[in-house]
Design a protein around this ligand. Structure first.
Ligand SMILES: [Zn+2]
Length: 198
């Protein structure tokens, strides 16, 4: 698995909630949720610049699940896991620069609520809620946006922001090149199958 980068369409998807059955069994599409979270944690921590949060669509799985890696007691502690998060009661407003592991090279000022209430299920399926403040509030709002197909580039005006537009163009070009490579691989594989029929 790897971190999915803009403009991959999975990043624009409305993610589905996990079912009660999936939460109860801790398995989603045949994969233990704990394994998924471990993989997300590894990818997040190994990423250049070390992200502070990662949402499931960022590894190509459109479900409402994200992890947050801030305000922890030790650097190797397991990140906080949010399953089917619900955010409410936004208060205050603050503008700060944010980055995103799915938007390498892009940094944007984003307005967010200063505090929000968060309710979610943890990795054991147990419901928890708290009032998020500061960096935690910002991170939770950023990751929750991913679950609704929204990224920071949809939260700020890019018209006059030439460096960001350039960075996005670069990402679009390399994504197109990669798609072309994958399509060629597929065609080559088909040709090989055809040839081996003789
Ligand atoms: Zn992000």
């Amino acid at each position: 698995m790897e971190i999915v980068v803009y403009p991959d369409p999975v990043l624009r998807k409305q993610c589905r909630a996990l079912t009660e059955e999936e939460i109860k069994t801790g398995v989603i599409d045949g994969k233990p949720i704990k394994e998924l979270v471990a993989e997300m944690t590894r990818l997040m921590r190994e990423a250049p610049g070390h992200g502070v949060g990662l949402a499931a669509p960022q590894i190509g799985i459109p479900i409402r699940l994200f992890i947050v890696d801030i305000a922890l007691s030790s650097p190797n502690a397991i990140p906080l896991v949010f399953i089917n998060p619900e955010i409410s009661d936004p208060h205050g407003e603050e503008e700060q620069v944010e980055g995103c592991l799915s938007l390498p090279g892009v940094h944007l000022k984003v307005k967010r609520a200063q505090t929000v209430k968060v309710k979610a299920r943890n990795i054991e399926g147990i419901e928890f809620d708290f009032e998020a403040k500061g960096g935690m509030a910002r991170c939770v709002q950023h990751e929750n946006d991913h679950c609704f197909g929204t990224m920071i580039i949809q939260k700020a005006s890019l018209i006059a922001n030439i460096p960001v537009r350039r960075a996005l163009q670069k990402l679009e070009d390399s994504w197109a090149r990669r798609q072309a490579r994958l399509a060629k691989k597929k065609t080559d594989a088909t040709i090989n199958i055809e040839n081996s029929k003789h």
